[in-house]
Design a protein around this ligand. Sequence first.
Ligand SMILES: Cc1cc2nc3c(=O)[nH]c(=O)nc-3n(C[C@H](O)[C@H](O)[C@H](O)COP(=O)(O)O)c2cc1C
Length: 203
Amino acid sequence: MSHYFYDPAAGHGLPHDPFKAIVAPRLIGWISSRDTDGTLNLAPYSFFGAFATFPPIIGFSSEGRKDSVNNIEATGEFVWNLATRPLAEQMNRSSAPVAPHVDEFELAGLTPAPGRNVAVPHVAESPAALECKLLQVVRLHTLDGKPMDNYLSLGQVVGVHINEAYLKDGLFDTQAAQPIMRAGYRADYAQIGEMFQMFRPTA
Ligand SMILES: Cc1cc2nc3c(=O)[nH]c(=O)nc-3n(C[C@H](O)[C@H](O)[C@H](O)COP(=O)(O)O)c2cc1C
């Protein structure tokens, strides 16, 4: 069996960087925020993850100091919205590199639904949304201690919205919600094909 190996510092030596095709699929952090003047902001971040259950903690990473990070640092709040197949075009439109005063809800033709425990609205059309209060913005550093222009925002979930159409016998129907994920190269996305069950060993 032959293995291709490379050290990222020395270059991948392939037509395109395979990193994001390997760490895939990645659920999209579709992040809404607002600036101190009240302008709404919405943008997708696929460097996204969930890190704790009780209390729930999620985070996303910005490559460069983007509007979302600036807003979240200024207000201490953000919302994660579930990006789905029916909302894919709108999600993509919300990633346009526009000026901070542009409302991406409006740009993408989406409806801001009022927050309950935060002043930031969520995407009304999305099957689920998580209201978060900022815990910390972690500036990433390299092995040699150099600060990078990458910022990991971690938030504690303080409110959960679920469209009841996706609650079946009290269970959130992930497959019916059709989440979309980043996968592969520049324009590639993935969807859930089939789900399977496996229980953890007891001993
Ligand atoms: C599917 C998708 C995933 C993205 N993931 C990231 C990401 O993880 N980190 C990042 O910095 N930018 C990411 N981007 C680009 C941002 O969405 C884009 O720069 C956006 O304009 C940032 O908006 P903001 O300045 O309003 O926060 C992604 C774009 C798309 C379409």
